[in-house]
Ligand binder design. Structure first.
Ligand code: EPU
Length: 355
């Protein structure tokens, strides 16, 4: 186990915010976690698990011990009559894994191509795009309890997936008199298993994908074609974190009641909304922010992306410390929340974890 001190985190977060980890350990196997837990100096420290750094805003140096997950490996674990079960190490890059599944003849993840981050981070926020969410393809995962070193397995129900949500985003505690179970900061995801149905069918319902079908005059794409379409759609709309620092969608799409939505429609008939099966309505946060005039605006070096108002970006190169600070990003985020609240009465909820 190599313990590194004062490690620059700029290359380890996709916002490219300048910050340091006081102490960082690279985790390449379960044994590395066990070594941390057996170390008299490291064991008692609070811990922060870092994957691809694609869903965090660093607002200062990180004092807890940073466990940087670099567990590798991907394989076809087994086949059932209906599905291929694949297993992937938590430290693998998600997009590389998706490409490998498509090229290896195990399709099913292509709608989620190009989402930044590591495989281990995908269940934490139940990533999703173009009509497919991680929970639709998830089989189980192995994680290690950071207090005891015990390895445990969770199935989908135990992960308590929701929209950009899971058991890993919640701390244990009491609310409304009930005891809630959460694993926030308590577990490190080691491996994730996926069940990819052998009877593959493309998921095409999403508007951007339908546009591609018309453009390409193709109604029955292969998995590779669909993968390429999703990559092209995302390249056109979303900034490449390798070039422009960002953390994907900064806010969740809010859910409102049918009455609240009717109210908003009465004032703003163009509001982009989707009716859900349970009678509630999901609103496009990007549209709400855009219609408050935020596209292209900035606070210091933090800005609202010109082509998609839901994405906040780092306008500074950042390499010499002149990029956006986490404070600037959060000031911009709060100003956006206030203006959307004043106009629509809706408090937007940030998606990334603020550290
Ligand atoms: N819109 C605007 N102005 C904007 C941005 C969006 O009017 O500045 C409108 C669009 O025209 C569209 C609607 O809002 O009618 C929704 O926009 P889009 O289709 O781009 O999707 P989204 O709701 O903004 C969600 C996910 C993305 C995912 C896409 C595709 C969330 C928070 N975001 O974005 O996920 O890629 O759908 O499925 O759910 C991420 O989580 O980081 C992410 C990128």
């Amino acid at each position: 186990m190599l313990v590194e001190k004062n490690v620059a985190l700029q290359a380890f977060n996709t916002f490219h915010i300048v910050a340091k980890a006081h102490t960082l350990v690279r985790i390449r196997s379960e044994q590395d976690v066990l070594a941390v837990l057996a170390d008299p100096e490291l064991a008692p420290m609070p811990k922060f698990v870092l994957g691809g750094g694609s869903n965090i805003v660093l607002t200062g140096d990180v004092k807890p011990l940073v466990l940087k997950v670099e567990i590798a490996g991907r394989s076809l674990l087994r086949e059932t009559p209906k599905a291929f079960i694949l297993e992937c190490g938590a430290g693998e890059n998600w997009h590389d894994f998706v490409r490998w599944t498509v090229e290896s003849g195990y399709p099913g993840l292509e709608n989620m191509a190009m989402i930044p981050g590591t495989v281990g981070a995908t269940p934490v926020q139940n990533i999703g795009a173009y009509g497919v969410e991680l929970q639709d393809r998830f089989e189980s995962l192995d994680a290690m309890d950071l207090a005891t070193g015990q390895v445990f397995t969770l199935n989908a129900a135990q992960c308590a997936f929701g929209y950009r949500d899971s058991v890993f985003k919640h701390a244990s505690g009491k609310s409304a008199g009930a005891i809630n179970f959460g694993l926030k900061d308590r577990a490190l995801i080691l491996r994730v298993r996926f069940a990819l149905p052998k009877a593959w069918r493309p998921v095409l319902g999403y508007a951007d994908i339908e546009k591609k079908m018309v453009e390409q005059k193709c109604t029955n794409p292969t998995p590779k074609q669909l993968f390429d379409w999703v990559c092209a759609i995302r390249r056109a709309k979303l900034p490449d974190p390798a070039v422009v620092g960002n953390a994907g969608s900064f806010f969740k799409n809010p859910t409102v009641t049918a009455e609240q939505c009717a109210d908003i429609i009465a004032r703003d008939p163009k509001v982009v909304h989707y009716r859900m099966d349970d009678g509630s309505v999901k609103l496009a946060a990007g549209w709400l922010i855009d219609s408050c005039g935020w596209k292209g605006k900035s606070v210091g070096q933090a800005g609202v992306y010109e082509k998609q108002a839901l994405v906040l970006v780092n306008r500074g190169a950042g390499k010499d410390g002149n990029g956006a600070t986490g404070g600037e990003v959060m000031t911009l985020a709060r100003a956006i929340q206030t203006s959307v609240y004043e106009r629509f009465g809706i408090m937007l909820e940030p998606e990334p974890v603020v550290v």
